[in-house]
Write a protein that binds this ligand. Structure first.
Ligand code: HXC
Length: 262
């Protein structure tokens, strides 16, 4: 048990919403290995907690996260990173079943940008800056950036970001489809809007929500024919749930559904 956490904060701003805050302010939330161990444990914990319907992940006003910890990586040799499977544990996070909303203010660079891209929805404050500056350090993205960006914003823009290391603004990221919305100005605004959105998601049938997340993600892993078949099968499966009966009965009876997540 790693609690109390040292590098992150875990809170419950709403009864059914978990808020995980990266908390290494002096290092602009650089994603050190100890931080990632805690982050993985926190995600496992909230994913297993039936009372949580959606998760918000955020950093500080100045930095969502300025990347993997450069000082930790600096002296590593190939044999170290190979043998310890360096960064392989980052993929654990993408196994979280519950939706994760990234609320990004300030720098989301390198591993920080990749962490945001592992989330399901990104909301950005006008101060957000996204970038893959690894090229300036003599390396390349290692947390999925090259693959996820190429899927989302296309080849030319991904090449530009990865080869020049240039940061893109919140507005560009929105235009390119990396973020779903740039919220209004103001401290805490992006976290507030993310919590509001998480609350909406958490009010639905959790079985349907998690099924929906799984099938959307399949669009990035399967070809179209496989993806369509997978979606239809999961859709069929939901007819075995009480929430499907309740949702459709409530519509017919012109009342609000009361989902029981069963
Ligand atoms: C370790 C970091 C860090 C990082 C910032 N710090 N980013 N430490 N790893 N990624 C530390 C600084 O060393 C400094 O510590 C403190 O945080 C404040 O940072 P400053 O540079 O003084 O702040 P500022 O001048 O405002 O500049 C902000 C910045 C800059 C532009 C974000 O910090 C920066 O360029 N950071 C590195 C960004 C980067 O290259 N990211 C990619 C990392 S590689 P002290 O002790 O001096 O106060 C990567 C690989 C991913 O992510 C691969 C797989 C995941």
């Amino acid at each position: 048990n790693l609690r109390p956490y040292t590098h992150i904060l875990v809170a419950r701003p709403e009864p059914n919403v978990a808020l995980i805050t990266l908390n290494r302010p002096k290092a602009l939330n650089a994603l050190s290995s100890p931080l990632f161990v805690e982050l993985n444990q926190a995600f496992l914990e909230v994913d297993a907690d039936d009372s949580v319907g959606a998760i918000v992940l955020t950093g500080s006003e100045k930095a969502f996260a300025a990347g993997a910890d450069i000082k930790e990586m600096q002296s590593k040799e190939y044999s170290d990173v190979f043998k310890t499977r360096f960064l392989e544990d980052w993929t654990l996070l993408s196994r979280t079943r519950k939706p994760i909303i990234a609320a990004v203010s300030g720098y989301a660079l390198g591993g920080g940008c990749e962490l945001a891209l592992m989330c399901d929805i990104i909301l950005a404050s006008p101060t957000a800056k996204f970038g893959q500056p690894e090229i300036n350090l003599g390396v390349i993205p290692g947390g999925g950036g090259s693959q996820r960006l190429a899927n989302i914003i296309g080849k030319s823009r991904t090449m530009e970001m990865v080869l020049t290391g240039r940061n893109v603004t919140a507005q560009e990221a929105e235009k390119w489809g990396m973020v779903s919305k740039v919220v209004g100005e103001g401290e805490g605004q992006v976290v507030k809007e993310a919590i509001d959105m998480a609350k909406v998601i958490a009010s639905k049938s959790q079985i349907a929500v998690q099924a929906a997340k799984e099938v959307v993600n399949a669009a990035y892993e399967l070809n179209l024919a496989e993806g369509l078949r997978f979606e239809r099968r999961i859709f069929h499966g939901l007819f075995a749930t009480k929430d499907q009966k309740e949702g459709m009965a409530a519509f017919a009876e012109k009342r609000k559904p009361e989902f029981t997540n069963s």
